[in-house]
Design a protein around this ligand. Structure first.
Ligand code: NAD
Length: 270
């Protein structure tokens, strides 16, 4: 049976990419799209797909049987509102939106106790494999290397540093036994003094149409290692979200699922 999906923020950069790829995927059926009134005109018509400004209107009008999955790349406050509606209607939600505060993340977690919710600040398989191998690299290198993070994104991105940069920094800090929020430094200006050992600098560049570049630096005496992930297009993130939707529809509520849960479950990560 095809998994019925509803795309919220359907006219956005990610929403429109997810829409295009979902329509090419025989395992999925696009049954609804949600967009703000001002952008409804940007949605090209899709046969048998219900379009509305309001998620409840789409959910109450959808005739398809089976658990529906919402794919959401919007804004933190709207993603939370979507999660509350998902709980009310017993539908699943894949959240790609980044920039959620700790309070918003904890509210999302409460919703995930009641309906299946999957969240990843980066849906790319490559980034998630990088997350899995970074701690091993940190352990092998030992304490003698300074760790830094650089991320570059397009000039329309609203949050900085990126959700992915935070996640990568967290993985690096955890491997040293540090709390990332205590050691990350996003601004250096003026007479900063010598760099403390227990610090991870996080720098954000914004410009042009860069989809997403993340580089982790390990700077030692006389050498350095740089590991870079470059996203060439948004298709990569959209395909990850569609895979997550197919996987999530078979999961039970109880935890806020991550890409790591999915890849481990599918045997792609140990
Ligand atoms: P965008 O601004 O192009 O698209 C967001 C869309 O959401 C817009 O069309 C907007 O009208 C719609 N929207 C916002 N509020 C709404 C509401 N109340 N009701 C209906 N529609 C609403 O942004 P984007 O570049 O597509 O990015 C969206 C989010 O996804 C950002 O947080 C971005 O950082 C994140 N992102 C995540 C990944 C990932 O892999 N997880 C990848 C790329 C982008």
């Amino acid at each position: 049976m095809q998994t019925p999906i509803i795309i919220v923020g359907a006219a956005g950069r990610m929403g429109s990419t997810v829409t295009r790829l979902a329509r090419e995927n025989a395992a999925l059926l696009l049954v609804g799209r949600v967009e703000q009134t001002a952008r409804m005109g940007d949605l090209a018509p899709v046969e048998n797909c219900i379009d509305a400004e309001n998620l409840e209107s789409v959910l109450s009008a959808c005739p398809q049987a089976g658990r529906k999955v919402i794919i959401d790349f919007t804004t933190p406050s709207y993603s939370l509102a979507v999660a509350q509606t998902a709980v009310k209607y017993g539908v699943a939600q894949v959240v790609g939106t980044t920039g959620l505060t700790e309070k918003e993340q904890s509210e999302l977690k409460s919703c995930a106790a009641k309906t299946p919710i999957f969240r990843s600040p980066n849906m790319s398989v490559g980034v998630n494999v990088l997350l899995a191998i970074l701690p091993e690299l940190v352990r092998l290198l030992g304490d003698g290397y300074d760790m830094e993070m650089l991320e570059i994104h397009h000039n329309k991105k609203k949050d900085a540093p990126s959700g992915t940069a935070w996640r990568l920094v967290e993985a690096m800090a955890d491997a040293r036994g540090w709390a990332s929020r205590d050691v990350s430094v996003c601004n250096r200006e003026g007479l900063t003094g010598e760099r403390p050992r227990k610090e991870i600098g996080v720098q954000s560049l914004r410009g042009g149409d860069v989809v997403g570049i993340h580089t982790a630096y390990f700077l030692g005496a006389g050498e350095r290692i740089e590991i870079t992930h470059q996203a060439h297009s948004r298709d990569n993130f959209a395909q990850g979200a569609l895979r997550a939707a197919e996987w999530l529809v078979k999961q039970k509520p109880g935890k806020l699922y991550t890409m790591e849960d999915m890849l481990k479950h599918k045997g792609e990560l140990q």
